[in-house]
Ligand binder design. Structure first.
Ligand SMILES: C[S@@+](CC[C@H](N)C(=O)[O-])C[C@H]1O[C@@H](n2cnc3c(N)ncnc32)[C@H](O)[C@@H]1O
Length: 246
């Protein structure tokens, strides 16, 4: 988690918060773009040091979450023959899943400049590409901390691409999304709500995107053609596993 905290405290990440006031008065770009003149992904692709910190920050966050997910929610992955981790970054999630379920064929799919930095592996495939264009086929697609980066229309496009790539429902096809489901009910404690809202602010400042309530998730799933979904809260609801079925 330490590298994740270092990433959030990196001046390139904190600077855009100073643009919040100006950002509210316009509709053209994100706080991040106002501060840097480019998106976080463009900055990452052009500056290897920032790229490394961003990828390693995400990886350290992933390590704690995925260790719990494969241990306490192993039924989510059981019986699956293949998985593609879309936007898999440095592959931390994929490696944890592959070690826990060695019979599953696991593939990391990410932008070419990210895949280019991955170490060689005999057990995990890696493919570079653009998820808006093409996603490799598998029983299941994993989207961990991906959809909260995008607006609703882009989420629907990504989910439709994923739907083309997964097996049929009868063959166990599904998408596994790890993200936040915003809770505003009396059952959720204030610390959890505060953490969820802080992540919501981070998404707004960095990418102009957002975390979503269950109703908002339901709408994009339906718009992308999915018929059923299941939500499993992790870390008391700070994160959730959302399984969606074609
Ligand atoms: C917030 S990171 C999440 C990384 C990883 N899933 C995790 O949770 O640690 C978003 C990832 O999406 C990737 N990404 C962004 N746009 C993409 C695209 N068009 N096609 C494929 N991957 C993309 C980024 O390179 C980055 O690795």
């Amino acid at each position: 988690m330490l590298v994740y905290v270092l990433m959030e405290e990196e001046p390139a990440i904190t600077l855009p918060w100073n643009s919040l006031c100006a950002w509210f008065k316009q509709t053209e770009s994100t706080c991040f773009e106002m501060a840097h003149g480019k998106s976080v992904l463009d900055l990452a692709s052009q500056h290897p040091e920032f790229n490394n910190l961003y990828n390693e920050g995400m990886a350290s966050n992933t390590l704690s979450l995925m260790t719990v997910v494969v241990r306490d929610y192993s039924e989510t992955f059981r019986g699956l023959r293949s998985l593609v981790d879309v936007g898999g970054g440095t592959g931390t999630s994929t490696r944890i899943i592959s070690e826990a379920f060695p019979h599953m064929k696991c593939t990391i799919f990410d932008l070419p400049h990210v895949v280019a930095t991955l170490p060689e592996s005999t057990t995990i495939d890696s493919i570079g590409g653009d998820m808006f264009e093409f996603i490799p086929q598998a029983d299941v697609i994993l989207l961990k901390l991906i959809l909260h980066n995008w607006n609703d229309a882009d989420c629907v496009k990504i989910l439709k691409r994923c739907k083309e790539a997964i097996s049929s429902k009868e063959d166990g096809g599904k998408e596994i999304i790890l993200d936040i489901v915003l809770n505003d009910d009396d059952m959720t404690d204030d610390k959890t709500k505060e953490t969820q809202l802080f992540y919501n602010m981070i998404m707004m400042v960095t990418l102009g995107s957002k975390e979503r309530s269950e109703d908002e998730w339901h709408k994009i799933f339906t718009d992308a053609g999915f018929t059923e979904y299941k939500i499993k809260p992790v870390f008391g609801g700070v994160r959730s596993i959302l399984e969606i079925y074609p």
